[in-house]
Design a protein around this ligand. Structure first.
Ligand SMILES: [Fe+2]
Length: 204
């Protein structure tokens, strides 16, 4: 359960930056997220939606972490991917998403072959921040049509990383891809066709 009052993103960032690296642990960050429910209105500069693709909106990068808001149209989902051995915590700023984990059965770096097995899935909503399972770090995130709403997730990645592996289940292939932010510090960095959303339109 979340505890306490809504926190504006500026205060959230300030307090997150104040956590010393040795205390930036799995349980501490999760507890921090539970105690700092984010005020959606303060995320206004980062709320960009695109019909073709979810958007990645960098809020803060430090040597220790990236803080990114991802905006999901109804029906959008990520590819199956990993996090290159970095930790990731997720919390909802609006709506809910489904996370689906996969187990690695076989992988061959020389040929790009991979075989995955579907594992568990769970839902993240406002009351339940989550951490990507370090033991099973391959997953996808989806905002299915059935949820009937846009969604905004907040992700903390530690340490920051710019590439990850993306898996094609059907073709049994994987490749390394470079991550691209749609916006950084509120500035558009992409030529995607974007809609700047008013936070009130989400809650209306
Ligand atoms: Fe992820």
């Amino acid at each position: 359960m979340l505890v306490g009052n809504m926190v504006p993103i500026q205060q959230f960032v300030k307090e997150l930056k104040a956590i010393p690296e040795e205390q930036f642990t799995h349980s501490n960050v999760l507890e921090f997220l539970r105690r700092h429910p984010i005020d959606l209105e303060s995320l206004e500069p980062y709320l960009y939606f695109c019909q073709e693709h979810y958007t990645r909106n960098l809020i803060q990068r430090t040597p220790l972490f990236d803080l990114i808001a991802i905006c999901w149209e109804t029906g959008q989902k990520s590819p199956v991917h990993n996090h290159c051995n970095q930790s990731c915590w997720m919390v909802m700023a609006y709506g809910k998403v489904q996370v689906h984990n996969f187990r690695l059965v076989k992988k061959d770096a020389a040929t790009g072959f991979c075989e995955l097995e579907s594992s568990d899935s769970y839902i993240i909503d406002r009351d339940s921040p989550a951490e990507v399972d370090p033991g099973e770090p391959i997953h996808l995130v989806a905002n299915p049509q059935s949820f009937g709403s846009r969604a905004v997730t907040l992700h903390i990645y530690s340490k920051p990383y710019d590439i990850c592996e993306v898996y094609d289940l059907k073709a049994k292939r994987y490749e390394t891809v470079r991550l691209v932010n749609t916006t950084e510090y509120g500035l558009v960095k992409s030529d995607m066709k974007l809609e700047k959303a008013d936070w009130r339109s989400l809650v209306a």
